[in-house]
Design a protein around this ligand. Structure first.
Ligand code: MG
Ligand code: MG
Length: 270
């Protein structure tokens, strides 16, 4: 089975990887545009409108809207919402954290990346959760090189998150990315070193730790989409698309545009 499964993992040409890079950079810029508008009082629906307009203005199509029936351009998941939150009339409040997940389609390929933002000033617990989740992503990316296995990524993410007392969501995982939003292999944020499909040059995967402050268990909202933590404690989510290369992962997403916006906002607010 393992052999069969790895045969199904499509390898991308350099040209295809450059299209995927362009798409994920567009997602990166869209998230930065969203970042510019995140403040207490803004609704998640307004953020969604801004993202959709930005994507359409860049000759691309929102990747999530209509995917499996999802109704919006962004997944906006606030506080105890883990992922797949539907933009609504909810007004962000000082101290919230919001995970914004965004997809695009352009030139026949997807882009898919996510970032968790603080709304104003957040408490130390949430700040630590966001920092550790982002560090967990970086630990996973370090393992995303040819010859390693998918389990090496999961182990690295899980080990870092749990060493800080946080827990890893099991029900939702990362994935291959290409002409489809979700391609093989599945990329869990937990696992054992040396297990799972082998990573090969030309594979493109999304690594996307979903890390909970409390218990790992989650449940799905009656809206059929939103995933919440079972104990209603906060959850954070960061996602990179990554191309597998020989010695170092080739990260197709950048958070640099977001960082620049966050820096500008900080300077403006003193
Ligand atoms: Mg995503
Ligand atoms: Mg994804």
């Amino acid at each position: 089975m393992r052999g069969l499964r790895s045969l199904m993992i499509g390898l991308k040409s350099d040209e295809e990887i450059e299209i995927l890079r362009e798409n994920n950079l567009l997602v990166s810029r869209t998230l930065a545009e969203v970042a510019r508008h995140i403040r207490p009082g803004v609704t998640t629906r307004e953020l969604d409108r801004i993202a959709e307009e930005f994507i359409l203005n860049n000759e691309a199509v929102p990747g999530f809207k209509g995917y499996g029936g999802f109704p919006a351009t962004l997944c906006t998941s606030v506080n105890d919402q883990v992922v797949h939150g539907i933009p609504s009339d909810y007004q962000l409040q000082e101290g919230d954290i919001i995970s914004v997940d965004c997809g695009v389609i352009k030139n026949g390929f997807y882009g898919d990346s996510a970032f968790t933002f603080a709304v104003g000033t957040v408490d130390e617990g949430k700040a630590t959760l966001m920092r550790v989740t982002r560090e967990s992503l970086a630990k996973g990316v370090e393992q995303a090189v040819s010859g390693n296995r998918v389990g090496d990524i999961g182990y690295a993410v899980q080990h870092h998150a749990e060493s800080h007392g946080f827990s890893v969501v099991r029900e939702l995982v990362g994935h291959g990315l290409g002409r489809k939003l979700h391609e093989p292999p599945e990329v869990p944020n937990f696992g054992k070193r040396g297990r799972g499909p082998k990573l090969r040059e030309g594979m493109v995967i999304c690594i996307e730790p979903m890390i909970n402050m409390g218990v790992k268990e989650v449940y799905q909202d009656r809206d059929g989409w939103t995933i919440h933590t079972a104990d209603r404690k906060p959850s954070a989510h960061f996602e990179y698309a990554v191309a597998i290369r020989k010695n170092k992962a080739d990260v197709l997403t950048t958070f640099d545009y977001i960082e620049e916006v966050l820096k500008q906002k900080k300077e403006k607010n003193g």
